[in-house]
Design a protein around this ligand. Sequence first.
Ligand code: ADP
Length: 165
Amino acid sequence: MARAIYPGSFDPVTYGHLDIIVRSSALVDELIVGVLNNNAKTPLFSVEERVKMLEEATGNISNVKVIPFEGLLIDFAEKMDAGMVVRGLRAITDFENELKMAQTNHKLSPKVETVFLTTSLEHAYLSSTVVKEVACFGGDISQFVPENVERKIQEKMSKKESVHQ
Ligand code: ADP
C-alpha cells in the first residue's frame, strides 16, 4: 500500500494546501496530513484546532487522514509506515529550504522519498501568513480559505481584539 505524509504547520489550512492534498491523495492509497506541533513556533491556532479545521476541510476525501506529530518527520514517517513525503513548491524561494530538508531527511532515512508538487498557478501567492495578515486588518479572506476556516479566524481575531480593548 502506498502511503504518503504531507507535513506542515497548516496555521491555518488554505486553498493552496487543499490543492496539494487533493492532487497528492489521488496519487497514493492513503495520504496522512501530518500537523506539526512545534513548540519553537507560536501558532495562531492550537494543534487540536488545526487538526479539526483540516478534518472538516478534507472530510469529503476518503483516503485522507489528519494526524498531529512532534519531533522528526522521518520518525513520524516510519511510525506511520509511509515511504513518501509530499511537499508543495510555490516559488523559487521555497526551493532552497525544501531541497535542504529533503536531502537531510533522505540522509537520515533513505527509505523515505520526498516528492514535490508544484502549486497550481491560482494559489502560487497564497500562504497561511498572508491569510492571517489580511484577516488581522479586517480584509476579505473568503477566496483564500474554506468557510469553516474563515469563521474560526474571525472568531480568533475578535477574541484578540477584546483582550486588547
Ligand atoms: P511549513 O511550516 O512546514 O512550511 P506550511 O503549512 O506553511 O508548513 O506548508 C506546508 C506545505 O504546503 C509546504 O510544503 C508548503 O510549501 C506547501 N504550501 C503552502 N502553501 C501552499 C500553496 N499556496 N500552494 C502549494 N503549496 C503550498
